[in-house]
Ligand binder design. Structure first.
Ligand SMILES: Cc1cc2nc3c(=O)[nH]c(=O)nc-3n(C[C@H](O)[C@H](O)[C@H](O)COP(=O)(O)OP(=O)(O)OC[C@H]3O[C@@H](n4cnc5c(N)ncnc54)[C@H](O)[C@@H]3O)c2cc1C
Length: 445
């Protein structure tokens, strides 16, 4: 690395990329941003349910970090996983394509988000499909197509029913959105599977609270449930998953819900990098000072999902959402520049613009600027807002075109597998193996 002063950011999600872009514009001469992230792209998580429902292509909910940054002398992107941090030497150690590299810093920003927690319920790790990464969304979509194709070939009604039942654990934003997308996709797909009846496909949402979308006003949680019931999505409230196995979900009451596909949208755990760091923590997140600096650690800052930041506007901790990650990043950029220039930093303050969720095609719920909307207006608002947030103009146009396309044409039912030439022969043995296990409950790969 050249002898410039580095501001190293760990994590290229909403928080890390927005911060890097803001800093690029404001940093004084002699300073530069080094963004280190595991993937070469940032994932637009709020749209993962749309990938499951095939309203957009997976490539369009991710944006290459190199295209988001100006580069040049202002910033550098390093694709790699930060393995350890040495606050004494002011150095991070990253595993990169060129091996282990040490990167020195003057300021270090932790923006590495959280991981999915599959230990929350026994059996979750082995039998449920998480939705956190774009790969998860593609896998769920392929699994759905695989299930319908398999039902076509099954003769046993009980097996057909089990294969056709998709259970979503969690009635929060992601749970509601993915259940809506699944139900719409399944209904649309059956026209290409003439031996599968719509009644054989069922989506069920399991929620531990007494309503869906507890973060939103009660009336909107109820509106979301009504919208889902109208499309035959079963909503189980006050229902806690106690165990998941290959046959489905057992509730805390002892009731079994049979279903071959379980999707998990609950639970997060701290990033493993946090374990070795001597930083104050609460609820698995880094407890920061109001200006997002980490107390007792000079030059260390944290924001986004991995941090617990008090919002000066409400005196509450900021929720782990994209909206707050972006707002924190803009505020932190100003604070880092202030710290470099010897000025006072400011406490984070952000007035929430509201929250919204889609409950399926042309349906949604939203609470924005005190206004409560549901149905088509909420859905249109959701799309307009996220279209504005999506990075790069090219992506905005592509997604807008895809959304428009999907309003008039059937969803894509291609089950795209990544079989390479040298693997294709070995693959021919697979269907026979699967046929043998058809009456057995299948383990999730
Ligand atoms: C399915 C789903 C739907 C959601 N829907 C909404 C929604 O509708 N509205 C909303 O506001 N929010 C939503 N969220 C939450 C929102 O996505 C998060 O709040 C937001 O992504 C947090 O941003 P972040 O930058 O802090 O973390 P992330 O976006 O998680 O980014 C963290 C980054 O750090 C990288 N990283 C982690 N460890 C390392 C390491 N050791 N070295 C290098 N890089 C590392 C990761 O690869 C990742 O790129 C949703 C989340 C999910 C999963």
């Amino acid at each position: 690395m050249p002898a410039e002063k580095n501001i190293v950011i760990v994590g290229g999600g909403f928080a890390g990329t927005t911060l890097a872009r803001s800093l690029e514009r404001q940093l004084p001469q002699g300073w530069r941003v080094v963004l280190v992230s595991e993937e070469s792209y940032t994932t637009f998580n709020p749209m993962l349910a749309e990938v499951v429902g095939a309203s957009v292509f997976p490539e369009h909910v991710v944006a290459p970090i190199r295209q988001m940054l100006r580069g040049g002398t202002r910033s550098q992107f390093v694709m790699g996983r930060v393995l350890s941090i040495d606050p004494e030497r002011r150095c991070v150690r990253a595993g990169t394509l060129a091996g282990i590299q040490d990167i020195r810093y003057e300021h270090l920003v932790l923006a590495f988000g959280t991981r999915a927690n599959l230990d929350l319920v026994p059996g979750l790790a082995d039998h449920a499909l998480p939705l956190k990464l774009v790969g998860d969304a593609m896998f769920i979509r392929n699994r759905m197509l695989q299930r319908i194709a398999r039902i076509e070939l099954e003769t046993d009604p009980a097996v057909r029913r089990r294969l056709g039942h998709f259970i979503v654990i969690g009635g929060g934003f992601s749970g509601v959105e993915v259940a809506g997308a699944l139900a719409d996709f399944l209904r649309g797909a059956t026209r290409y599977y003439p031996r599968v009846r719509t009644e054989e496909l069922q989506v069920t949402v399991i929620e531990g609270a007494d309503r869906l979308l507890v973060e939103l006003p009660k009336s909107l949680g109820l509106a979301a449930a009504r919208s889902m019931l109208a499309r035959r999505i079963e909503v189980r409230l006050n229902a806690r998953a106690a165990e998941v196995d290959a046959g489905g979900v057992r509730l805390a009451t002892g009731e079994n819900i049979a279903g071959a596909t379980v999707i998990c949208t609950i639970g997060t755990r701290p990033n493993p990098l946090l374990e070795a760091l001597p930083v104050p923590r609460q609820r698995g997140r880094i407890e920061t000072a109001p200006d997002m600096s980490v107390p007792g650690m000079s030059g260390l800052w944290a924001l986004g999902d991995c941090a617990l930041v008090r919002n000066g506007m409400t005196q509450q901790f900021a929720p782990p959402t994209a909206q707050f990650a972006v707002a924190q990043a803009r505020s932190l950029a100003r604070n880092i520049v202030a710290a470099i220039e010897g000025r006072a930093t400011q406490a984070f303050r952000h007035e929430s613009k509201g929250m919204m969720a889609t409950t399926g095609h042309l349906k949604g719920v939203a609470s924005v600027f005190g206004l409560r909307l549901h149905g088509l207006p909420a859905w249109l608002l959701w799309r307009a807002y996220y279209l504005l947030l999506i990075p790069t103009a090219g992506r905005k146009v592509r997604i807008w075109l895809e959304w428009t396309w999907s309003m008039f044409f059937a969803a894509d039912i291609t089950h795209l597998r990544f079989t390479r030439t040298n693997e294709a022969d070995a693959e021919t043995a697979r269907p026979a193996v699967e046929a043998l296990s058809k009456s057995q409950p299948q383990r999730q790969p």
